[in-house]
Design a protein around this ligand. Structure first.
Ligand SMILES: O=P(O)(O)O[C@H]1O[C@H](CO)[C@@H](O)[C@H]1O
Ligand SMILES: [Mn+2]
Ligand SMILES: [Mn+2]
Length: 398
């Protein structure tokens, strides 16, 4: 029986989304702009030269970028030896759950609730609920922000008052940062868990605990982040595989993104390097007929949001260089698909995700062009590869 590996490189988009302008993202292209910066010598911190991704490019990465956006990425464009194409999203959100759910066959049928970009960003009833559940007299932040600056800005007040630092973004999200020792990690996780059903009932997609440690001026976020996400709008690829009695393995934050629905075993780690080791191990030992679904988040969190082009290029090159160790574990008949959930162009303005198409690259079935497809077609194809049928929007390109 065949095995499938669905691997999401978080935020590694390739431009060309037909509705990018509606998101203020017309022209955004994560991979193209990183490749151009590298070729122009503008991404030289800890690396140099044109973007070097020989293994992904051999699958068809350069051609996928060109197909999605009409632009040639310098250094990429080898003749594809893998399955290659690009996918367009229909869900009206450029966030992580929307992207993953649609890849797994469930586009989001509703409009997410977003908080206004003003201070206070949260309605008084929500602030009261946070205070009641946290046992505090108030909250800090209450604004749109990126995580590192908002912690730096409110650290000292947080240390003195122990009020939680609450912020949001262009995503449908309430994020709460608090110090692991001063405020308490368990207390922060419990607070987010208790708030989640209230927020979910209002179509706010996620409550995220963002614990940090260290002293003010030298804080760092810890790996104990927890996302409490709404459940997907219906059964996904994971449910389909699990209900067929097959094993499902979730690497990284897949468990959080799918509210643990349809997930057999969880494989977590402190870094993407740790997660890659899980992927290599599962390449060797995942059961016949199983699905391994992985998310590599550092492209997004460490380099996309902070707009670090060199760092993003380094992370892509590191990932590419490690791929042969994973490929060496695969067996005849296996399928490994590499794709993404949205863009996060590190050359774009602001600090938010960017609406883009995403590459769809497959290792296993040999050279094959799939052209432009929908996100949901990825899930339908993985199901088909496993001999299953995923009901819903997608159709298989296999
Ligand atoms: O800057 P940080 O806190 O990482 O925020 C990011 O993390 C959130 C969830 O992925 C996104 O909405 C984005 O704003
Ligand atoms: Mn994401
Ligand atoms: Mn993100």
């Amino acid at each position: 029986m065949a095995r499938a590996f669905l691997i999401v490189l978080d935020s590694v988009g390739c431009g060309g989304a037909p509705d990018a302008a509606a998101f203020g993202d017309e022209g955004a292209n994560t991979l193209l702009h990183i490749a151009r910066a590298c070729a122009d010598g503008k991404a030289r911190e800890g690396r140099s030269g044109p973007l070097f991704l020989p293994h992904l490019d051999r699958l068809g990465l350069g051609r996928a970028i060109e197909l999605a956006s009409g632009e040639q990425a310098p250094g990429l464009g080898a003749r594809p030896e893998g399955l290659w194409g690009a996918a367009t999203e229909v869900s009206q959100g450029k966030d992580t759950p929307s992207g993953h759910w649609e890849l797994a066959g469930q586009p989001v049928p509703w409009d997410w609730t977003l908080f206004p970009d003003r201070q206070p960003a949260f309605p008084p009833e929500l602030t009261e609920a946070i205070c009641r559940l946290a046992g505090t007299e108030g909250i800090l932040g209450n604004c749109h922000a990126a995580g590192l600056p908002v912690i730096a800005r409110y650290c000292e007040e947080h240390r003195q008052s122990l009020w939680p630092i609450c912020y949001t973004s262009a995503d449908s999200v309430l994020q709460i940062a608090a110090h692991e020792e001063w405020f308490g990690l368990d207390r922060l996780i419990r607070l987010c868990e208790e708030l989640a059903p209230i927020l979910h009932s209002q179509r706010v997609g996620r409550v995220i605990a963002r614990p940090f440690s260290g002293t003010c001026g030298a804080t760092r976020r810890t790996p104990n982040r927890r996302d409490f996400a709404m459940a997907p709008p219906g059964p996904t690829l994971l449910d389909c595989v699990a209900e067929a009695g097959r094993a499902t393995h979730a690497i990284g934050k897949i468990g959080d993104i799918f509210s643990m629905q349809g997930i057999g075993r969880l494989w977590k780690g402190a870094s993407d390097a740790d997660l890659f080791e899980h992927l290599v191990q599962l390449g060797g030992k995942a059961e016949e007929g199983s699905l391994t679904f992985a998310n590599f988040v550092e492209f997004d969190t460490l380099y996309g949001h902070p707009r670090d082009v060199s760092g993003y290029a380094r992370a892509l090159e590191r990932f590419d260089a490690a791929l042969p160790r994973f490929f060496a574990q695969l067996r005849p008949g296996d399928l490994a698909i590499f794709t993404a959930d949205h863009g996060n162009d590190p050359t774009w303005h602001g600090t938010e995700h960017t609406r883009e198409r995403v590459p769809v690259l497959g290792y296993g079935p040999g050279a094959k062009s799939i052209g432009l497809c929908g996100f949901a077609d990825v899930g339908a194809s993985v199901a088909r590869h496993l001999g299953l049928v995923l009901p819903g929007r997608g159709s298989s390109f296999l």
